[in-house]
Design a binder for this molecule. Sequence first.
Ligand SMILES: [Zn+2]
Ligand SMILES: [Zn+2]
Ligand SMILES: [Zn+2]
Length: 280
Amino acid sequence: MESPELSFTLAYIVFSICFVFTPNEFRSAGITIQNVFWSWLGSEDVGFIQYHVRRSSVTILVHSALPLGYYVGMCITAPEKNLGYIHQVTTYHVHMALQRDCHVTVTQSRQQQLSPDSASPAQILTLRVDSINPAVTPFDIRLNSTEYAELREKLHAPIRNSANVVIHQTISELFLDTFRAQVDLNQRYTLPTGQELEPCIGCMQVQASTKLMRLCHAEGADNESECQQCWCRPMWCLSCLGRWFASRQDQQRPETWLSSRAPCPTCRATFCILDVCVLH
Ligand SMILES: [Zn+2]
Ligand SMILES: [Zn+2]
Ligand SMILES: [Zn+2]
């Protein structure tokens, strides 16, 4: 089967039908509500009524949770699809809203010391998710400001900043903008015909969009560049490659990053920013 999500969907439909209608094969394999929850249900002979009240409640609960079970499974099987939902799981609720129906707004920011040994407190942002679908009640998500850029990138909806909150991003996230702007000036790479694009192996959220080519030696320097040719197929998106590049630099001296090098995350061939090509 060509796509994992299609295989998963078919397998899940078959499993759900068999789980609800329990054919003999499922019964003999022990995949029934009675068998799975035997310790909580107790004995049918000792407490007949109590047993059946419990059995019917747990059956309703498990059967109604099958779609949610499906959703979680799809998130694991095909995370790059993202399924277009924003979800928030709390102890008693699962909030879900379709991204294209959503308005996301930064409403609050507060400082919080996450661990006693961290030097500065973390900035925790509160984002309100409103949906134009009246059936979806608005809900809040909280996240560390260092994860904000990643969320903004994955979200297919703009984020409004109602409270004019100053968002403290990490130096790597700030560097990403410079990295992107620099790579934009580089030569592009045309994917050979017949070669399929794969999801980025760093985030699995978007397609790979970069190729490392040793181009910097053409820049007219007398001394031979230290960069090496990478023969890897495109595997990384630009953001993941930029974050990787930043993570390999001297964190105390960000002013040196642009002119520094990093190893290819896959084959370790050395590259510099001039060698990063975006795919056509
Ligand atoms: Zn990526
Ligand atoms: Zn490589
Ligand atoms: Zn180079």
